[in-house]
Design a protein around this ligand. Structure first.
Ligand SMILES: C[S@@+](CC[C@H](N)C(=O)[O-])C[C@H]1O[C@@H](n2cnc3c(N)ncnc32)[C@H](O)[C@@H]1O
Length: 277
């Protein structure tokens, strides 16, 4: 059983792992999470959660996807001085007290080497720890989403092998999609554009700023002679969600949530490594 902390819309639960409870403070993430999963999902700020409350779930694995902005250039890389890091710092005091049997922490590559990373390592005395940077493209999925993962377990474990099974972007696409927002049209020359018919095309990493920022927030698509945005459903497929996964009804909100989320396929490999899938 897994305890999903900073659960967002449930990219980890979407792997099919048994979840005892999900926790996130965001009302819109909670809406989507509960539309998709029937296990308990709490709207709770983790910044002051009591150790006994988390211990009471009796989970075998904790999954933590804390906010990444303190470790990104766009977020000014303020690391532990960023208020968005407060709840993680609190949980790093809870972990040695509760000692969950295993845990996985996900963040952007910029987390590695940060002061928060150092404190995380300090909180894991007695655990077997492995760190990886994995990306769905390594599995043959045509999207970049490189993320740092720390796996820790009280028992020794081995990382699941990564097997590349190449897939084509066209398999993830709808027949049409939304045009570029007018504010982005003049930046078309600067955008990363992939061609719907290109068998080797790989989309770059979609972030929460997709559709607002012309660069470094995801790729745009050339299809039937015009450049358009990827739809939230297409991004969801690239992130490993099946088509019956309910997305937020507001496409901008859905895109932002997916841009904050985890690759379901990569999460599955990590959970296999700890023997929970
Ligand atoms: C990187 S996203 C996690 C995404 C998730 N793994 C998914 O697949 O959708 C971080 C999440 O942490 C939540 N969050 C940030 N600070 C929090 C806090 N103090 N307490 C609870 N949730 C928090 C945000 O609402 C957001 O959904």
């Amino acid at each position: 059983m897994l305890l999903e902390l900073y659960a967002g819309i449930g990219g980890v639960a979407a792997t099919g792992v048994d979840v005892v409870c999900a926790i996130d403070h965001d009302v819109y993430a909670h809406e989507v999470y509960t539309a998709n999963f029937s296990h308990p999902a709490l709207r709770l700020n983790l910044v002051s959660v009591k150790p006994a409350r988390l211990a009471a779930f009796g989970a075998d694995v904790w999954w933590l996807s804390p906010p990444c902005q303190p470790f990104t250039v766009r977020g000014q890389r303020r690391d532990v001085d960023d208020r968005r890091c407060e709840s993680l710092l609190h949980l790093l005091t809870v972990i040695p007290e509760v000692r969950p049997p295993a845990l996985i922490v996900e963040n952007v590559p910029g987390f590695e080497g940060s002061r928060a990373h150092q404190r995380l390592r300090e909180s894991l005395a007695g655990y077997h720890v492995q760190e990886v940077e994995w990306c769905p493209a390594q599995l043959g999925i045509p999207v970049q989403r490189r993320r740092f993962f720390l796996l820790a377990s009280l028992e020794p474990f081995e990382l699941a092998p990564i097997v590349r099974k190449p897939r084509q972007l066209s398999d993830y696409l709808d027949a049409s999609g939304p045009p570029l927002p007018p504010a982005l049209e003049r930046f078309v020359d600067a955008m990363h554009i992939v061609d719907a018919d290109d068998e080797l095309a790989q989309a770059c990493c979609f972030t929460g700023a997709y559709g607002r920022s012309p660069v470094y927030a995801g790729s745009y698509l050339r299809q039937n002679g015009a450049v358009r945005m990827f739809t939230p459903r297409e991004i969801a497929r690239l992130h490993g969600f099946s088509d019956d996964f309910v997305l937020h009804s507001d496409p901008r909100r859905a895109t932002k949530q997916l841009g904050n989320g985890v690759s379901v396929d990569v999460a599955r490999k990590l959970l296999e490594s700890l023997g929970v899938l």
